[in-house]
Structure formats: structure tokens, C-alpha cells
Design a protein around this ligand. Structure first.
Ligand code: ADP
Ligand code: ZN
Length: 599
């Protein structure tokens, strides 16, 4: 049979040799064995089942069923095969009654070599009864990662495909371009594969340059996006190449497309909320080169293949590294250079949490992995490949921002301090209050907050309540910190630091905390403080404590004793979102610990 397979490759497809991975997959199924194939997009997964299907049909062994999730993809494949003289057809919901009957007729007469079906149909009893009327040579499950609820394209019908597997003794081949080792195991289990031959391709994309930019605000996101598209030569109306900007939400695609158009780009936008007509038009304009940049949600994806995409910008972080690599991997299909830029900012993970199924615990793991990728300082491509293959032996790419030593510094906007009169308002407020108060609550009171916390702390009737309405909370807090540095205010307490006037009498509780004997010997105790802190935050946020930060981060903080947010950003596992949320507290904790153990 192996010999026949090679002649099918030559005669039907016109290729001299199998590519990496294909020969193993073909050999496995022709040898009657199940196979699980993980090959990157463009590697040639279709031939892994088409070649054996044709060889088996020629040998009179029966028909091959291919389950495929997208009707458009099925139709493309069927017409390509028919064009090569292969007896192929598809059964899906878009056929009319006559077409359907014609396909079924050919099936029962044993005329078909390949039959593509949608997952919805593949699980129907009626379809199974139909299959009983013709011998089956092979079952192929395309986009097999759709069985996984951990993956990003979950299709419930895929969970029932095991039934199809049980109908027949013919081998089953499952194929995907995107699965972690964990998802691979899930595919094998769910489909009931029997000791499958596992084939993993090479995921390296040597022509792609990956980079991550940590961004703090929308203006920076936009500026970084524009710079990346500019570098790819996409600002002019006409020219070679295209770019895709992926956004997490529909609203963002519309806004960003508008901004890019205003900046002189020929930009369109695409998301699942648009009418089919508007979507088609956006896609056609992009295909024809009338728009060179398409701003899209992940709805613009599967089955899309333009060879000359020069830049893929993720305006917001996606929900998993699998989704990221699949989307970013649409760059440079022609082998020419492509830039893959991930913008990562505070709130991105929160946005994803809103979008994903909260009950899915794995989704949180996937976000942790995205964050780890964003914060990594080693070869991005190595990390991505390792994510899929589960092995670490990938060479550095020499192209990414880490390899070229050009990881963009985290852009922390300068927070302006308040002018002297406004600073005096802060001091007056603390004096009027006559006791210590948390800096954030004070800042909020000065901005006029009416929240419950204000009432609880007796801040609503402060004479200065609302006096700094026009200042930002950040600049008030920064000014309070500056006043502490200037010793015009003092900080009180350890776990719940508050501020007070220097000469005010010390309330008893924080005093006890402050005079507690300083721990010496470094090591353990700062770790204990950090652990107490993360547990407290976890309780407040109703998170698991590892979601605040992980043990590894505690150890690293203890070792590095960071004093600035930039240093904090180098702690593995602390992304910008976490630094945003917890950074001040962590720095304060470290500062207190180090000064108290010096004393
Ligand atoms: P995938 O499904 O893995 O994304 P495809 O099956 O669509 O990839 O194949 C990608 C391209 O590679 C197609 O144009 C296909 O004809 C071509 N191709 C596949 N196998 C070979 C081969 N052995 N030699 C040359 N070209 C191949
Ligand atoms: Zn690299």
C-alpha cells in the first residue's frame, strides 16, 4: 500500500515527495493504525488522509469519511479533489434536497472515495445507518482540537464523534494545527483512538518576528499598532502585502478601524456581529487589496489564507497561546518576513475573563500562559513551539524581540504631581480628619467619591471632600507619596498602611504592628508577609491565591527585593495587570521589610 500511496501523491497531486510528517501519518493509517497528527497550518494535513483515502478506494477497501467543521472548507476541498478526478462529495446543511439525494445515491452505490460531513451530521443516527450500507476504509477528523473545552474552538458535537469511531474497525486519523500535549491527550481519549501513532510537526516559523509590547493606555496601543503597520509598509493605499489587527471585542474593532482610517490606512473591519453581507464585503475588499489592513475579532479565522500578510498585530491579548499562535501564524505564509506584535496591557486578561466561560477553570490557566509569554525574556518562538510540542529543544529564532535584545520597555506614563496649593489641600484634609487614613480612600474622598467606603471612614463630611475633583486618583496618590517622602506626612501600619500628620498621636493598633520586632535574616519572613498579603487579596477578590501571584513570584521578589515598578516587571509571573493592581502594595511591603530589618 505504501507504494500505491506514493503513486497517488505523484499521479493525483503532482508532488514528488511527502513532506515532514505526512509519510508517517500515511504509513500509520495504511498499516491499519489510528493516528493523531499535529502539524502547523500549511504543512499539508489534508494529504495525510486524502492520499490514503484514494489509495484505499482504488484497492476496493471502501470510502473515507472526513469530519470537517466549516462548510466553506469542505466545498473547497471537494472541488479541488473533483478537479483532480477524484470521486469526492460533501454532505451538509447547505445542500438542497436533490443534491443531497444524489450524494447519498453515490454513497450507497459505493462510488465515493471521500465523503466530507459536518460534525452535526456525523453524529446523527440516520447518518450512521447510511454508513452501514457501504464499507468504510478510513475516518478522518479534521480540526480535532474542537473536541477540547480547553481549546479555543470548542464544538459540542465533536464530543460525540467517538460514536463514529465505534461504528467501524477502520483506522481513524485525527488532525489539528493547534493543540498542547494536554489537548492531544484529550483528543485521543474523546475520539477513542487506539494506541495512535502520534505525529508532531515542526512549529517553528523562521520568517516570523514575534514581539510583545506592554502598553498602559489606548493611545499607546494605537501608536504601537500604527508603528508596526507602518514598518510593514502598509500605510499606502496600493502596494504589496496586508496586515491584520486582531481585537478582543467587536466594539474595539470598529473603533480601531476608524482610528486607522483617520491615520491614513485603507482599513476595514470584520466581526461576527456584522451582517453576513457586510462581513463578505469586508473580506472581499481585503482579498482584492482594496483594504490593506483588516481589523477583526477572532471570528476572522479558520480557513482564511492570504500568503502575503506582513504584519499581525494583536491589539489586545487573546485568550490562549493556541489562539495566539494560530492567529499570528497567518503572517508570512509565503515564507517572506512577517511581524507578529502582541500588545499586552492592564485589563486584557480581565477582558478575556469577561468573554470566556467563567466556569472553565482551564481558561484561567490559558491566561496565565499568555501572561507568562508576554513577560518572558527568552526567545518567543522557542516558548511557542515548546507550548505545542511539550519539549524544550527548539533553537532560538534570532528574530524576536528577546533574541535581538529589543524587548520594548514597559511604558509607564509619568504621573504628574499636584501643584503646591493642591498638595496643601491634602495636608489640610489629613489635619481636619485628625487621624490616620488610607491614601487611596483619602484620594477618592478628595475627588468627591460618594461610595460606601467614604461613609464608612467618615469621609463624606470632610471639608475637603470633592476639593480635588479635577485631579486624577493616581496623581493624588502620587502626591500623597511625595508628601510622605518629604516627611510632611508619615506612614503608619504595615499590613494596612495609612498616612497621618507627623506629630499626630499614634493609634494603638497600627503602633503595635509597627513596633513588632523586626525580623532579621532575610529569607523566610518577607515571603511570609507576601503570602499573607496574597491570601488577603485573594479573599477580597474571591480569587484563588495563586491567581494573585504564584509562589515562584514570592521567592523571586524576596530574592530581588525590587524597589521600582520597572524592577517588579522583571519578576516572572508578575504581568502589568498584576503590577497595576498589587505593585504599590508589594513595593511598600518590600520597602518596609528592608528598612525595618536594617534598623
Ligand atoms: P494544512 O491543512 O496543514 O494547513 P494543506 O493541506 O492545505 O495544509 O496544504 C498546504 C499546501 O501545501 C497545499 O497547497 C498543498 O497542496 C501543499 N502540499 C501539501 N503536501 C505537499 C507535498 N508533499 N509537496 C508539496 N506540496 C504539498
Ligand atoms: Zn527568538
Amino acid at each position: 500500500m505504501q507504494h500505491e500511496a506514493r503513486s497517488v501523491l505523484r499521479d493525483v497531486f503532482g508532488y514528488a515527495e511527502f513532506r515532514g510528517g505526512q509519510a508517517d501519518a500515511v504509513d500509520a493509517v495504511l498499516g491499519g493504525r489510528d493516528a493523531l497528527v499535529l502539524l502547523p497550518t500549511g504543512a499539508g494535513k489534508s494529504l495525510c488522509y486524502q492520499v490514503p483515502a484514494i489509495a484505499l478506494a482504488r484497492a476496493g477497501r471502501g470510502m473515507t469519511i472526513i469530519v470537517s467543521p466549516l462548510i466553506a472548507l469542505m466545498n473547497d476541498q471537494v472541488s479541488a479533489l473533483v478537479g483532480r478526478g477524484v470521486a469526492a462529495a460533501a454532505l451538509h446543511s447547505q445542500l438542497d434536497e436533490d443534491e443531497r439525494r444524489a450524494v447519498i445515491g453515490r454513497l450507497v452505490r459505493g462510488e465515493l472515495a471521500l465523503l466530507y460531513v459536518s460534525p452535526e451530521r456525523a453524529v446523527l443516527d440516520g447518518f450512521h445507518r447510511l454508513l452501514a450500507r457501504t464499507p468504510l476504509a478510513l475516518v478522518a477528523i479534521d480540526e480535532a482540537h474542537c473536541v477540547s473545552q480547553w481549546g479555543h474552538d470548542f464544538r459540542p458535537e465533536y464530543l460525540q464523534l467517538g460514536a463514529l469511531r465505534r461504528l467501524t474497525d477502520a483506522p481513524t486519523i485525527a488532525l489539528t494545527a493547534t493543540a498542547t500535549p494536554r489537548v492531544m491527550a484529550e483528543i485521543a481519549r474523546s475520539l477513542g483512538l487506539r494506541a495512535p501513532a502520534t505525529i508532531t510537526g515542526n512549529f517553528a516559523r523562521p520568517n516570523l518576528a514575534f514581539s510583545v509590547h506592554h502598553v498602559r493606555d489606548d493611545a499607546t496601543r494605537l501608536a504601537t499598532t500604527i508603528a508596526a503597520l507602518d514598518r510593514a509598509g502598509l500605510r499606502t493605499r496600493h502596494g504589496d502585502g496586508r496586515g491584520i489587527v486582531y481585537c478582543a471585542t467587536r466594539k474595539t474593532t470598529e473603533r480601531v478601524a476608524g482610528e486607522l482610517a483617520a491615520a491614513g490606512f485603507a482599513a476595514g473591519h470584520y466581526h461576527a456581529g456584522r451582517t453576513g453581507f457586510a462581513r463578505d464585503r469586508a473580506q472581499r475588499a481585503f482579498a482584492a487589496g482594496r483594504t490593506r489592513v483588516l481589523v477583526a475579532t477572532s471570528a476572522f479565522g479558520m480557513g482564511i489564507d492570504y500568503p502575503d500578510v506582513r504584519a499581525i498585530v494583536h491589539y489586545q491579548a487573546p485568550g490562549s497561546l493556541e489562539a495566539y499562535y494560530q492567529e499570528a501564524g497567518r503572517a508570512g505564509r509565503d515564507g517572506l518576513p512577517g511581524a507578529c506584535v502582541l500588545l499586552f496591557g492592564r485589563g486584557d486578561l480581565e477582558t478575556q475573563r469577561r468573554l470566556i466561560d467563567r466556569a472553565n477553570a482551564h481558561a484561567e490557566d490559558a491566561l496565565v500562559e499568555i501572561e507568562r509569554y508576554a513577560n518572558a525574556a527568552t526567545c518567543r518562538q522557542q516558548l511557542l513551539c515548546a507550548h505545542f510540542t511539550g519539549t524544550a529543544d527548539h533553537p532560538a529564532c534570532e528574530r524576536c524581540d528577546a533574541c535581538t535584545g529589543s524587548i520594548a520597555e514597559i511604558t509607564v506614563p509619568v504621573i504628574e504631581l499636584l501643584a503646591a496649593p493642591a498638595q496643601q489641600v491634602i495636608l489640610d484634609a489629613v489635619a481636619a480628619l485628625g487621624r490616620s487614613i488610607g491614601k487611596v480612600n483619602l484620594a477618592r474622598a478628595l475627588r468627591g467619591s460618594q461610595s460606601k467606603a467614604m461613609a464608612a471612614h467618615g469621609l463624606l463630611h470632610l471639608p475637603q471632600h470633592g476639593a480635588l475633583r479635577d485631579a486624577s486618583e493616581e496623581s493624588i496618590v502620587a502626591s500623597i507619596e511625595a508628601l510622605v517622602r518629604d516627611r510632611k506626612l508619615v506612614r503608619r501600619g504595615k499590613k494596612f498602611p495609612t498616612i497621618a500628620l507627623p506629630n499626630a498621636s499614634r493609634p494603638s493598633r497600627p503602633a503595635r504592628a509597627a513596633t513588632r520586632p523586626a525580623r532579621t535574616g532575610g529569607g523566610g519572613s518577607i515571603a511570609i508577609e507576601l503570602d499573607v498579603y496574597r491570601k488577603r487579596m485573594a479573599r477580597q477578590l474571591r480569587w484563588k491565591s495563586y491567581m494573585v501571584f504564584q509562589r515562584g513570584a514570592i521567592v523571586a521578589i524576596d530574592r530581588a527585593r525590587p524597589t521600582t515598578k520597572a524592577e517588579l516587571a522583571r519578576i516572572p509571573g508578575l504581568g502589568p495587570a498584576k503590577i497595576e493592581r498589587f505593585g504599590d502594595d508589594i513595593l511598600e511591603l518590600v520597602r518596609r521589610y528592608t528598612t525595618s530589618s536594617l534598623r
